[in-house]
Design a protein around this ligand. Structure first.
Ligand code: AMP
Ligand code: MG
Length: 334
């Protein structure tokens, strides 16, 4: 009796060992249309983890959408403020801090101007200088009062979280997947890429940077545990009388930013920071953006200039490979 039991237990232990060796997490993918973009999700783990990611995206979209009449943000903009959930308050609070850090190059109160240009409704138009001047009167993140969960806006003011919501969402999804035990995932939230861990084989994730002026790529970054977020006028624009007007607004002028950059890709450990900075550095232009990097050093960036030249901050030198051997690449050093 005794030997049989022992043999049985040993056999069971071997079986358990073998099954744990063989249970590589399964690749699961989904495509979701949310937050006005197509999201491609790849998760190595169980199916529940992917389902949880999808419902979390929907949940956050319902809070932060500026156009959904049932969102919390919509109510704040309609009523000039009000009580919001802890989650919305946390995002507004973190975003206001980033507006301060970028000296207003990022300004989440720019919404009245964004709306006047038609970027939220697709009813594109070029507002008059008088209209822009008047709207700029209420664009100032320092006039947003946030007291715990109560928001108050200046009269006529409105918030736009479009520059930060996907980055914040990526951070929430990273936390959710980590808690679910997922060690490997790539979440592409429409230009906001979040690389969780490495690929299952231990290699870094390869994230391509789009060519702002064509169909292809300017290069590829190989990263792990990083947010890679690109902003560029090419993502949303319209043309009138031979002029191109894009969706990244310089809060100082109320016009689409003319900074000499076609796109900015920010690499950071946090999605929110990367998202906020990719927008802000697009407004700043290369010189101010370089100064910002030298001052903070908590992110790296790839800049694509309007003439096609590439600039990378030093930390990306070994992880970026340019698509074209002819590309002019300059490394920015401290
Ligand atoms: P992103 O794609 O992250 O660069 O965000 C761009 C979106 O943020 C635009 O479509 C606008 O809704 C909004 N936006 C434009 N300019 C600014 C700005 N200077 N600061 C904050 N949000 C902005
Ligand atoms: Mg952004």
């Amino acid at each position: 009796m005794k030997p049989t039991l022992r043999t049985g237990l040993v056999f069971l232990a071997i079986l358990l060992f073998l099954s744990s060796c063989g249970s590589f997490p399964k690749k699961r993918t989904a495509t979701v249309f949310a937050m006005n973009t197509v999201m491609d999700l790849t998760v190595y783990g169980n199916a529940d983890a992917l389902t949880a990611v999808e419902s979390r995206i929907r949940e956050l979209e319902r809070l932060f959408s500026v156009t959904d009449e049932n969102s919390e943000l919509f109510a704040v903009n309609r009523d000039g403020g009000g009580e919001v959930s802890g989650e919305t308050a946390a995002l507004i609070s973190a975003s206001l801090a980033l507006c301060g850090r970028t000296d207003g190059a990022l300004d989440i109160t720019v919404y009245p101007v964004v709306r006047a240009w038609g970027f939220t409704t697709d009813a594109f138009r070029v507002p008059s200088e008088e209209e822009i001047a008047e709207l700029l009167g209420v664009v100032d993140y320092r006039r947003v009062a946030l007291d715990e969960n109560r928001v108050a806006l200046p009269s006529g003011g409105a918030l736009d979280l479009g520059s930060v919501a996907k980055g914040y969402t990526a951070d929430c999804l990273t936390a959710l997947l980590r808690e679910a035990g997922v060690e490997s995932a790539l979440l592409n939230l429409g230009g906001n890429v979040q690389a969780i861990g490495t690929k299952p084989n231990g290699e870094g994730w390869r994230v391509a940077i789009r060519d702002p002026k064509g169909e292809g790529y300017v290069g590829v970054l190989t990263v792990s545990d990083r947010a890679v977020v690109t902003s560029g006028g090419y993502e949303r624009y319209f043309e009138r009388n031979g002029e191109t007007y894009h969706h990244i607004i310089d809060p100082a002028t109320g016009h689409p930013a003319k900074s000499g950059l076609s796109s900015v890709t920010v690499v950071a450990s946090q999605g929110l920071l990367a998202d906020a900075l990719s927008t802000a550095l697009s407004v700043m232009g290369l010189d101010r953006a370089t100064e910002h990097w030298k001052q903070y050093r908590d992110f790296e960036a790839v800049f694509v200039a309007e003439n096609g030249d590439l600039y990378l901050t030093e930390g990306l030198e070994t992880v970026f490979s340019a698509q074209s051997p002819e590309a002019k690449v300059t490394v920015i050093r401290p």
